[in-house]
Structure formats: C-alpha cells, structure tokens
Write a protein that binds this ligand. Sequence first.
Ligand SMILES: [Zn+2]
Length: 222
Amino acid sequence: MTSVAPAFRNHKFSFDKGELGMHENLMTCVNGLEISEEIRVSIAAQACLLVVNIDTWYDNLTTVLVYPGAFKSRQTQHNGYVVVEREIVRTGESWSRGPVILSWTHSQQGAANDTDGHNVVFHEFAHQIDDLSGRTDGVPNLDPKQKYSDWARVFDTAYKKHVRLVQNGRSTVIDAYGAEGYEEFFAVSVEVFFERPVALKHEEPDVYEQLSTLFQLDPSSW
Ligand SMILES: [Zn+2]
C-alpha cells in the first residue's frame, strides 16, 4: 500500500490511537485467530483510506469480525410458503447497521496485491458507506458538489452496460459480481477505483469522476 501513503497524512489515519483502533472491542477475531497489531492495522488502514479525505465515518459499524479464512454464512430465501436455507462460503460480509465480517487471509491478499482490482476490505466497507444513506442500494450520501440525478444517470447507464457485457460473457475492468445488483456494482467499482484507477478512468470515466468527487481522492494520479 506504499503508493497511497500521501493520502494517509490526514488525521483520520491515527487509527492506532483513535477512531477504529481505539475501540479495542470493535475488532474481534473468531475461530482461533488471535487479534494482532498486524490485523488491526492492516484492516483499519484499508477501511480508513475510503474516508481519509471526507467527513463520512462508519457510524453504523459496531463490530468487525475477523475469521482466519473464508467462512460459512447461512442464507435464507423465502419462496412462497417454503423457507430455503443454505450455507455459502464467503470472504466478506457487511450487514446493514451491523457488523463487517472478513476473512483475514483474503484481507491480507487484498492489501498485498493492490493492483488486481480485488479488495474485500474496500468492498465491505463500501457497503457500510452506502448503508449510511439508510439503504444499501448503491446510492451513498453524496458530496454537496454532486447531484443525485447525475449519480443515478451515470451508475444506471454503467450498471446496465455491465450487466449486458457479463451476460455476453465479456470481461471488463469491473468484476462480473457487480452485475448482481446496484449495491454490488457500487462496491466492486470502489475496489477498482482504488486498485485499478487508470483502467477504470479509461473504461468508465463518468463512474471514476463520481467516485473521485465522492471520496475527494484521485488515485489515478498516485
Ligand atoms: Zn458485496
């Protein structure tokens, strides 16, 4: 993460003394994983990068659960009178007004390779930022300089194009998982914004511009 060091000069990065780090109980490890300084610092640093230049904070977040690796999560689907439950394997999860759950193995991979476009910490904390507006729907609270109509137009156009490309088996700079819904499209766009900013700016300049204004950052210049 050396390439982003200048952005960390902001006061919010004092995570080991304040904010994320001060709440000792905020981060909890489970399944035999011991909480360490490395875990705390690595996850907090990645989470702080999203909000380093803006006044937004993770107000809804009370717990970050860290598993050693991928974890099983129970998903319930209501189908008429039938409730179907299944277990799926996940690397990260973000609950509305609830915890962020992360696989430490995958959180480390996201930090170690900061150009592959994948970062589970950015992804789950992007959901938390989205959720601050009251709904996790791909429309976060915008910067005063942004118009909701512009955001909707840009993201709606880009999302629909993305869905078409994914359905046609084409790969794009934005991960195919973004086709799952507007909220996932936002979260994977945030991953790419920080990890492959030049490619995103080239392929989806309007999306890049909206995210750049939202976060008050221009990673393509780092
Ligand atoms: Zn997601």
